[in-house]
Design a protein around this ligand. Structure first.
Ligand code: MLT
Length: 252
């Protein structure tokens, strides 16, 4: 099983992902928000790459059952029901709802990887579940760090390293690319105190300046969820391992 890490989605085009097993990470905050929303009963998340497309498709979706969520410069977009704070995505708010989500980096990275054969999202919240899912697949993996404005971000890279370390506990035959080895080293250096690492990161500082201190605490929690957001039919749903179903192993 070979693991490669892209420190930014900019280093690949959409076709690069064709047929691949891909994990997208945007710890602050898109993939933490996504796993929280699905864990709290959201029916599905529709990740989109532009605000215009979010507005367009939400208009055609079932009124009342669809919420628009997302951010620009960390703040809720005018006219949207929700921002991008995972703390907003409570069971009361999202249960049974489809959520069309636009974020500056995270949902764009997911949309870019849409031709993957298997596409899941990861954050510190669900590392352990994603690691056992990938280890079970036993296929080569591309980890895409959403990063910041097509640049490297510490939090996504440390999370990638921690995910690889978890997979290595389950699968001894790993071949790591140079970027994967670098992620593991970053996790060793910066991953012991996740909250401190987030507080000292560039994006963490921007979130702190905008009053999202509680979000950093929430996003730093390790393995608070067993949910795996799984991309199917252009939406993210909760992965369920339907071993006994005729449609084995895909989504619910
Ligand atoms: C992003 O996609 O860039 C982030 O999720 C931004 C944010 O912190 O809201």
């Amino acid at each position: 099983m070979k693991i490669n890490v892209l420190f930014s989605p900019a280093t690949a085009d959409e076709l690069y992902f064709t047929g691949k097993t891909t994990v997208v990470i945007d710890v602050l905050r898109a993939t933490t928000t996504i796993v929280t929303a699905l864990q709290n009963g959201a029916k599905e998340i529709v990740p989109v790459a532009t605000v215009e497309f979010a507005v367009k498709i939400s208009g055609g979706m079932f009124g009342g059952q669809t919420l628009l969520g997302g951010e620009r410069n960390t703040k809720k977009i005018e006219g949207f029901a929700l921002g991008n704070s995972p703390l907003e995505y409570t069971e009361e708010v999202v249960s049974g709802k489809a959520i069309v989500l636009y974020t500056t980096n995270g949902t764009k990275a997911i949309a870019k990887a849409k031709f993957s054969e298997t596409l899941v999202t990861c954050s510190f919240a669900n590392i352990s579940s994603v690691a056992s899912f990938l280890s079970g697949l036993n296929k080569d993996v591309e980890i895409v760090c959403a990063g910041r404005s097509n640049n490297f971000s510490m939090e996504d890279s440390v999370c990638a390293g921690k995910l690889i370390s978890e997979i290595s506990k389950l699968n001894e035959e790993l071949y790591l690319s140079d970027s994967a080895k670098a992620s593991v080293a970053l996790n060793k250096s910066f991953g012991k105190n996740i909250l401190k690492m987030l507080e000292e990161s560039e994006h963490g500082n921007i979130l702190l300046d905008n009053g999202f201190e509680e979000d950093l605490k929430y996003c730093s929690k390790l393995n608070s969820s067993s949910a795996i957001p799984y991309f199917t039919g252009n939406v993210l749903k909760l992965y369920t391992d339907n071993k006994n179903s005729s449609q084995t192993g895909k989504e619910n």
